[in-house]
Ligand binder design. Structure first.
Ligand code: ADP
Ligand code: ZN
Length: 228
């Protein structure tokens, strides 16, 4: 039968890793390389904050302090996004799940879509690299392309490589103080998910200390091994 692939053939890829590991960057690449829809709970929450929705108002202070937004709020914004028509495809989750309760909720959400988790990829980085990566990063205000003061500047100063836009922005939580809190939340709540997915045979580890293109290639190898 021609047409859409069966739901259970659509990849569901999870990117795990501490803040600054490059989840967002690699999720965008998977979007380009595999046509997956990038679902970033961080982006969704920042959107809710910008719009001033009830979820956004509840999340703002926690995000600014580097803590985790309550599961119920995160799940609400994710469910809403997953219900949009363009999300009825393969997906890459970036920044979700972050707690064991979220991982269990995701198992149920994925099953309800007739899908299965293809792989949970742990992007492995050294702690010392985190602060430098995060403190230097910014993105295009128009298309979201990510840049870094040291590691990835636009080819022409002041203009976005992707869309030519001239406005760039930095996240308000990308400060040295907030990064420490975000790393602590990662260690306490999210790092245990590595064992959660390993126990289910879904974990792939990818060295994320190299160049963006190398990590992209390593991720592609991990996904082809997982059958994506
Ligand atoms: P990073 O991974 O670089 O820390 P994100 O953009 O994924 O950044 O998340 C930014 C902030 O949004 C987090 O510090 C947290 O406050 C909130 N957040 C994002 N996703 C979740 C989630 N799944 N559960 C709880 N809080 C979240
Ligand atoms: Zn741009």
């Amino acid at each position: 039968m021609a047409g859409r692939p069966a739901a259970d053939a659509l990849p569901v890829v999870i990117l795990l890793g501490p803040p600054g590991a490059g989840k967002g960057t690699q999720a965008r690449m998977l979007q380009e390389d595999y046509g997956l829809v990038q679902l970033s709970t961080g982006d969704l929450l920042r959107g809710a904050v910008a719009k001033g929705t009830p979820a956004g108002r509840a999340a703002e202070a926690v995000m600014q302090a580097g803590g985790l937004v309550p599961d119920a709020i995160v799940l609400d914004v994710l469910r809403e996004r997953m219900a949009e028509p363009d999300a009825a495809r393969g997906i890459v989750l970036d920044g979700f799940p972050r707690t064991e309760a979220q991982a269990e909720a995701l198992d149920a959400l994925v099953a309800a879509r007739g899908q299965r988790i293809t792989a949970a990829v742990s992007l492995e980085v050294e702690d010392a690299a985190m602060v430098e990566r995060i403190a230097g990063r910014y993105s295009c205000a128009q298309c979201g392309e990510g840049y870094h003061d040291r590691f990835k500047q636009p080819k022409e100063a002041g203009g976005c490589d992707k869309c030519g836009g001239h406005e760039f922005k930095r996240r308000p939580d990308d400060t040295a103080e907030t990064v420490a809190a975000r790393l602590a939340a990662y260690r306490a709540e999210t790092a245990p998910l590595i064992a959660y997915y390993a126990a289910r045979g879904l974990l792939a580890r990818v060295d994320a200390m190299g160049a963006i293109a190398e990590i992209r290639a390593a991720l592609a190898r991990a996904l082809s091994k997982a059958g994506a």
